[in-house]
Design a protein around this ligand. Sequence first.
Ligand SMILES: Cc1cc2nc3c(=O)[nH]c(=O)nc-3n(C[C@H](O)[C@H](O)[C@H](O)COP(=O)(O)OP(=O)(O)OC[C@H]3O[C@@H](n4cnc5c(N)ncnc54)[C@H](O)[C@@H]3O)c2cc1C
Length: 274
Amino acid sequence: MSGYPEYMQASLKKVAATRPARLEKAREGREVVKAMTLAEREEVLNKFHPDYLPDARKPVRVGPNKDEEMTSRVVDLLESYPRINPDDFDLSEPDYDTDVLIIGGGGGGCMAAIQVANAGMNAVLATKLRVGDSNSMMSQGGMQAAVNPHDSPTIHYLDAIGGGHFDNNPELVQAMTMDAPRIAAYLEELGVMWDKDSEGRLMTESGGGTSRRRMLSCRDYTGAEIQRVLRDEVKNHPDKITIVEYSPAVELLLDEAGEAAGALLYNMETGEYN
Ligand SMILES: Cc1cc2nc3c(=O)[nH]c(=O)nc-3n(C[C@H](O)[C@H](O)[C@H](O)COP(=O)(O)OP(=O)(O)OC[C@H]3O[C@@H](n4cnc5c(N)ncnc54)[C@H](O)[C@@H]3O)c2cc1C
């Protein structure tokens, strides 16, 4: 327990001291941790969860999402003044001209860039830090895909819609659940080493809110493994994908029709805008 900070020591000792009793209960098939009632859960959430604070959410007052309620910190960002004065920039000669600009080099951005390259087009992949520095890299549990014979993308769809309290975007859930088995196979083709049993079959774990075992994993570093492979594949297309690192997009540029047509990137190393 020496690697843990001081404030956690008392809690760690308590966990260690009570472990034998919990193991004994588990061995005997008795309930190990008493499930909380709804009222108890509500109390803990209200006390500690940032989303449950009274000022956690508020409506945004400007822009295309006007009146939509969001996390207050996101609203503050959307309502803040821009870093730059648009009049200071000559946009007639952009530093990069490309078919598709992708902002963000996580799993989604890398996969998008690969698809652009596969379709024979050019992409600029602009990202805040390095390609792969992302949430995708940190995700560990696994990726849900209905790959087992007793499962189907339709059951996966129902699980996800129910799990989202019928609030999620049905088209998005449909795309995600129907495509998942194909994407899992594609990722394997690119090099992802999914966990498999001794017969070479994909192993699946139970995930939160699901009625079937359908979580594919790569030990406890699934996201890092997927991101490793996607980053490699992005770098396999230097002729098609231009990587621009340490360059967060700070403004989106609109064309005459008001559609997003580009972005202003802030180069964190030189302090210049591209
Ligand atoms: C600790 C952890 C564990 C998780 N576990 C799981 C799991 O087990 N299973 C699961 O399905 N999901 C899990 N998730 C969620 C999952 O990782 C994300 O939903 C998913 O990776 C999002 O992918 P993305 O490509 O959309 O975004 P990200 O991976 O977050 O990539 C966004 C990229 O955009 C860049 N960026 C941000 N702002 C800008 C800007 N202005 N300009 C340029 N670039 C910018 C970022 O640097 C980053 O590279 C987990 C997440 C975390 C953090």
